[in-house]
Design a protein around this ligand. Structure first.
Ligand code: DAH
Length: 340
């Protein structure tokens, strides 16, 4: 009988030596030591033995069991250590390896232009104002002194939602909102999106951006307008930039003007950018019409103001010599990335 135990131990030893994983070693533990295992079977067979035989067999069987337990435990711990080692090796991090580069975005040219203009005016004490893109006809036209027969109100120029609501055609309604919400002294700048029924081509887009400015206080004159806008032009286009104001007409300003800057490309000699004239038209401006000030309930004998509005796309196109406005909306990363 004791030979059988020796055989069993040899078999266990052989199998344990061959085990390659913790799972295999555990299966051997069940096979030899489990409730229905080989050793247990042998111990069960003891009940049919003579008492002396049973005693010596039991002793050897228990020793064998202990030996197999020990072999399995040792195997288990060496397999676990090896598995851990393999795991550590497979997870080694090379800290000197260069990281994956994350592509950095670029601010869109329109955003850059708005930020630049806004920064300049904020440095002169202006604060930021906002208005909705979906506006009332009143704020977009009536309150801006553009009466019922004003040509801009035409269905063919304006996206109407209904007869009282439209997509704003200009940022000028922010003037109205500001006058209704604030008391002078007022100095605000209002960038934003505008909409007009234009068929897209190289110079037109049904959606575009403007930046509006409004200053209202006691004693504001055309000299303030010229001083502020001339300073803006020098900061935006270079310190040697000259400005020229030409009379114009806008319903919400009186007098009204358009401001030209000396060409920042050729310095005024005449080139492709300024179409040979040496001057580039940049914005519309004027002294706020008393009818507009009245919308804000202001005493027009006491308060005066000036306003201006410029097209963002126009400035970006001139500055970067873009020949097609649609480049600004296609969002082709190869185009945008050129203006990092
Ligand atoms: N809103 C005008 C336009 O869209 C631009 C403009 C002109 C704004 C003169 C002004 C201004 O505030 O004073 O053409």
């Amino acid at each position: 009988m004791n030979d059988k135990l020796a055989e069993l131990r040899a078999l266990a030893q052989e199998k344990i030596a061959k085990a390659e994983s913790v799972q295999q070693a555990d299966a051997l533990r069940v096979e030899f030591l489990g409730k229905k295992g080989k050793i247990t079977d042998m111990l069960k067979s003891m009940k049919d033995m003579a008492p002396e035989e049973r005693k010596s067999f039991g002793q050897v069987a228990n020793e064998t069991k202990a030996q197999i337990e020990k072999m399995i435990a040792e195997k288990m711990s060496s397999l676990k250590a090896a598995a851990r080692q393999a795991q550590l090796l497979s997870q080694t991090i090379d800290v000197t390896e260069p990281g994956t580069s994350i592509p950095l975005g670029t601010r869109h040219l329109i955003t850059q232009t708005i930020d630049e203009v806004t920064r300049i005016f904020m440095s002169m004490g202006f604060s930021l104002a906002e208005g909705p893109e979906v506006e009332t006809v009143f704020n977009n036209f009536d309150a801006l002194n553009a009466g019922p027969n004003h040509p801009a109100r035409d269905m063919t120029d304006t996206f109407y939602i209904d007869d009282k609501i439209l997509l704003r055609t200009q940022t000028s309604p922010v003037q109205v909102r500001t006058l209704m919400a604030q008391k002078p002294p007022i100095a605000v700048i209002a960038p934003g999106r505008c909409f007009r029924c234009d068929t897209p081509d190289a110079t037109h887009s049904p959606m575009f951006h403007q930046i509006e400015g409004l200053v209202v206080d006691e004693g504001i004159t055309m000299a303030d307008l010229k001083g502020v806008l001339d300073s803006f032009a020098k900061q935006m286009f270079g310190s040697s930039t000259k400005t020229n104001f030409r009379p114009h007409h806008f319903p919400f300003t009186e007098p009204s003007a358009e401001m030209d800057v000396s060409c920042f490309k050729c310095g005024g000699k005449g080139c492709r950018v300024c179409k040979g004239s040496g001057w580039i038209e940049i914005l519309g401006c004027g002294l706020v019409h008393p009818n507009v000030l009245k919308v804000g309930g202001l005493d027009t004998e006491k308060y005066t103001g000036f306003a201006f509005g410029m097209g963002v796309e126009r400035i970006a196109m001139l500055k970067y010599e873009l020949d097609d406005i649609r480049l600004l909306y296609e969002n082709d990363i190869r185009f945008i990335e050129q203006f990092k």
